[in-house]
Design a protein around this ligand. Sequence first.
Ligand SMILES: Nc1ncnc2c1ncn2[C@@H]1O[C@H](COP(=O)(O)OP(=O)(O)OP(=O)(O)O)[C@@H](O)[C@H]1O
Ligand SMILES: [Mg+2]
Length: 231
Amino acid sequence: DITERLRTQHALEFSQERLRALSRRLLEVQEQERRRLARDLHDDVGQALTALKIQLESRSRVEECVETVSHTLERVRQLSLSLRPPQLDDLGLGAALRSHLDRQAALASLAPHFEAPETPREIPAHVETACFRIAQEAINNVVRHARARNLWLRLFASGARLELSVRDDGGGFDVAAARRRAAAGASLGLAGMEERVALAGGSFELRSAPGQGTVLLASFPLEPREKPQAA
Ligand SMILES: Nc1ncnc2c1ncn2[C@@H]1O[C@H](COP(=O)(O)OP(=O)(O)OP(=O)(O)O)[C@@H](O)[C@H]1O
Ligand SMILES: [Mg+2]
């Protein structure tokens, strides 16, 4: 009947609008990442190469030029690591997370604590990527906002799920207020993490209070392996 049809129509329009909003925000996140990369390329690599050009034009000592080249190489290495760490493809999620955590913690003078008891060997690629990106942003947030001393990262399998937790002993924050600011477009980090988890079919939880540190929990379903068809 007509009310039923109208209700279905409304539900459809609602979910289409949600999808549009989701794609819009995904595009924004992508654009923001590109902006960051463009800035890093321009500021670091561009500047270093300009310096090298001046050194060469003024016939500087070879040692000085070599030093500029080494510095540039190191920046390019860092940039490419932050785009897609090779460990993720070569050594798997656990190793990639551990090395990322150690590197960021060293830069920010934080004590890293990594724990990964019995992670399954076969994690679907899209779950690996989502999990790594979420940990990356969570660590980024701890470094930028938490004023913490310790940073704990735990990766473990529980039943058919992969669980990630990132915890700090920093200043904490008002999650509801931050979510409201994020929804109003003030930041992209939290929204991006939530979307990645949702796209991977997982769930996401953030617990924090001013003065009490922060813990982020993300949980992903590990698809069951295809069962052989019964004859
Ligand atoms: N671990 C944390 N400790 C303290 N405050 C945090 C932590 N994580 C997030 N916050 C707070 O939540 C806010 C929103 O985080 P979000 O990642 O969305 O934005 P952002 O890091 O400020 O910017 P970006 O869009 O670059 O990620 C932060 O500005 C910060 O105030
Ligand atoms: Mg952030």
